[in-house]
Design a binder for this molecule. Sequence first.
Ligand code: M6R
Length: 366
Amino acid sequence: EKGGYEHFMLKEIYEQPSVIKDTYRGRLHANEGIIQMSGVEDNLEKFLNAERIIIVACGTSWHAGLVAEYIFEEFTRIPVEVEYASEFRYRNPIIGSKDVVIAISQSGETADTMAAIKLAKEKGAFVYGVCNVVGSSISRETHAGSHTHAGPEIGVASTKAFTTQITVLTMMALRLAKAKGTLSNTDFHRYLQELEIIPEKVKEALETNAKAKEIAAVFKDSHNCLYLGRGYNFPVALEGALKLKEISYIHAEGYPAAEMKHGPIALIDEHMPVVIIAPKQGHYDKIVSNIQEIKSRSGIIIAVVTKGDTQVRELADYVIEIPETSDALSPLITTIPLQLLSYHIAVMRGCNVDQPRNLAKSVTVE
Ligand code: M6R
């Protein structure tokens, strides 16, 4: 059942190229320049008239929501807010019929997300679900939705659910951008082509496994770890930190790299590993100066960089190379080595990778 892998988590990490493809199959037609998602098509007016999109989710699904915020705002120019479902539901949120709520949930059973959906519906919002489990409570409760096709995710640490959620949300943003005319034709077609070859690049990113294992061996006994990223890769930093803490029990925090100087930089010394997501696209120069700030305080840098990078390589202590993609699609690639790094650290520490202590696969209690 684990398909020859030692743990479900590793199997699920390796399934990502194929499940991303399963998720866009029949929806993304790059050569024709078409994105077809029945849930979006049937409700196009609601999306186009939306004054605001509010995304509600928990945990890793909330991180996918944060990535979507960047993508939706850039592609569609619709303002997006991302809320922890648990905060949204308890604070009498301002929401009404001009709002579209997108609820993201792998299991489709998360209690807080479910309650947020019910509240949004009561207040007249249109609620769209992005769930993995067909027939789940959340897919039934939402007005419409698009499933991710990740297949069953058994490992408590979410991996393939995250990348397939981003795949669905990216396609939605592209479809809406097309309808709104907020992306140039050239960009629209370029993103379609690029999304189509993402599975190949994810496959290539999985080749970082040996390197991730080597780095894991060095840092497996660390007590703390920082993850930094900017823009599209800020949520990836949060996700990298969550993955490490939940399966290896090492304290980790994710931050937008520029926030360092507002506090966390005080933590930096020669015992602090700092994982920096620094692909060539995006805010590269800014990230380079963040790396310099950390180096000058003796921090240890583990950098995720684009293949062929030289500038960061000179500064970093450890380098993990990933294939190049546009900034907006990069979370689908940069996430991969971080999943592998956490996995190997947890295994080396003798942790129960698939069923970490105190955690359940679906959180059906409030
Ligand atoms: O099933 P859901 O996507 O609604 O679950 C949300 C979180 O409970 C989940 O992502 C959790 O944070 C994972 N353990 C993260 O790996």
